[in-house]
Design a protein around this ligand. Structure first.
Ligand SMILES: *[C@@H]1O[C@H](CO)[C@@H](O)[C@H](O)[C@H]1NC(C)=O
Ligand SMILES: *[C@@H]1O[C@H](CO)[C@@H](O)[C@H](O)[C@H]1NC(C)=O
Ligand SMILES: *[C@@H]1O[C@H](CO)[C@@H](O)[C@H](O)[C@H]1NC(C)=O
Length: 436
């Protein structure tokens, strides 16, 4: 069973769309609240919300849609292993980065001798793994000599409360991947290079909000853990080999690294992160200007919050804070990703097939297979309007929305299934009319 309780009637969903106020957490916007979340916004951005939920904690969708604008209070279960590559075996005294995949951390398991000064950038470390032991950091013209470091392994000794930032949120790019961190969570526009300061600010905020770390994604998922002395057992710290055959073999290490990353295309695996979908806070719930163009058009392919009104961003931030604070006590989360997966697995491949140049018989068979279950053939003239509604609601029936976020996600998913079912029934009508 992929959801908590059984059965919500259509009536409760309908009454919501007519403005009744659900009971918990945030409230939906009314006329006096121009910045609040609304069912209309959720419907308008239905595809984005549907995709965000489907892709959450998955490498594939968050690489395609690299500008994530959704945030999820989350939990890393007790027992979860996390990997930290470091120059030495010492536990970091403050915040640091850990990887969910081994090769991702191995990449940073090096020490360096500076020929220039300062700490090498991550780019130069990445580069060093290809270029054997020395690297010339492209940005700074500095040189480092790299030596083997340590792979530190930590284990959560209790559930960790974290915040998941979706999209390719660890990609230090100017394209919008950092928008939700800098502009929503931290309320602090800045250059994409200021990564240390960003992590420090996240952890300062984390201390205030009761968040112990932040999950982000680049090539692989990572955790910025704010305090290594709390919630972690230090399992091991093995030194890396002097002449690492893997790292020495130029591309082989990267192939192995990418193999690791690709293995998480569709799941982080083993429930290593549990998202609280019912507390999801997404810019897509709000009447926010998500344009990424100065020209002003709402660029659907690349939503950003760079042109969003400051008051709107502050509102999303305060709703996020509320969601974080009330997360664990108020409710259990609905498994919205489970619901969306059921829909995607039922329809995605078949819709792709239907785009092809199929024979009449093949097309009819495919569509009948998808739709017949929603039609009462004892009626001489089955009520197709009713069938479309039944079809749209099918995978939503086991869910009982509880929080406002649940209702917003529900509305987005329902909009998507409405579109799928309406289109399929139209195709069916069309095919039937061809035989007549
Ligand atoms: C590591 O490789 C270098 C260059 O190939 C070689 O000179 C050195 O002796 C090797 N060191 C060890 C410990 O194998
Ligand atoms: C969104 O922002 C852009 C850029 O500032 C602006 O040109 C556009 O008019 C805005 N769109 C709306 C609907 O306000
Ligand atoms: C078909 O079902 C819809 C929704 O239940 C209803 O409003 C409509 O009157 C029905 N149409 C007929 C012809 O019975």
């Amino acid at each position: 069973m992929f959801v908590r309780h059984i059965i919500v009637t259509f009536a409760s969903a309908v009454s919501l769309t007519h403005g009744s106020q659900p009971q918990k957490l945030l409230s939906l916007s009314n006329d006096n609240d121009r910045y609040g979340p609304s069912i209309d916004c959720a419907k308008k951005n239905a595809n984005f919300i549907f995709n965000a939920v489907h892709s959450s904690m998955r490498q594939w969708g968050n690489s395609l849609h690299h500008n994530g604008l959704s945030l999820y209070p989350a939990m890393i279960p007790q027992g979860t292993l996390l990997y930290h590559g470091a120059p030495d075996a010492k536990t970091p005294p403050s915040f640091e980065w850990l990887a969910f995949e081994i090769e991702h951390a191995e990449m940073f398991a090096i020490s360096w001798e500076e020929v220039g000064q300062g700490r090498p950038s991550r780019q130069s470390i990445l580069y060093s793994n290809v270029e054997k032991s020395t690297a010339n950091a492209a940005h700074t013209q500095q040189e480092w000599i790299f030596e083997p470091g340590y792979l530190q392994i930590y284990q959560a000794n209790r559930p960790l409360r974290v915040l998941y930032i979706d999209g390719s949120s660890a990609a230090k790019s100017p394209f919008g991947t950092l928008d939700s961190q800098d502009l929503i969570i931290l309320d602090k526009p800045r250059s994409h290079r200021e990564e240390l300061e960003r992590a420090k600010d996240l952890c300062t905020l984390g201390a205030e909000w009761g968040i112990e770390g932040f999950i982000r994604m680049e090539a692989g998922f990572e955790l910025i853990k704010c305090d290594f002395s709390d919630g972690f057992d230090y399992l091991s710290h093995n030194k890396r080999p002097e002449n690492d055959s893997l790292k020495g073999t130029e591309d082989v290490f990267f192939v192995e690294y990418m193999r690791d990353v690709a293995s998480r295309y569709h799941s982080i695996g083993a429930r290593r992160v549990v998202l609280d979908y019912s507390s999801m806070t997404s810019a897509f719930f709000y009447p926010a200007n998500l344009s990424s163009e100065d020209s002003g058009d709402y660029d659907l392919s690349l939503p950003r919050v760079m042109h969003t009104e400051h008051d709107q961003l502050l509102r999303i931030r305060s709703d996020l804070k509320e969601a974080v604070f009330r997360q664990t006590s108020v409710h259990e989360s609905v498994d919205w990703q489970g619901v969306v997966d059921m829909i995607v697995l039922r329809f995605a491949d078949r819709l792709t097939l239907l785009e092809a140049d199929l024979s009449y018989l093949r097309m009819t068979t495919e569509i009948d297979n998808l739709l017949n279950m929603y039609i009462d053939f004892s009626e001489t003239r089955p009520n197709i309007t009713e069938s479309i509604e039944t079809c749209s609601l099918h995978y939503l029936r086991p869910v009982e929305p509880s929080t406002v976020q649940d209702h917003l996600i529900y509305a987005a998913i329902k909009t998507a299934t409405d579109k799928i079912c309406t289109t399929l029934f139209q195709a069916r009508e069309h095919l039937l009319s061809c035989t007549a």
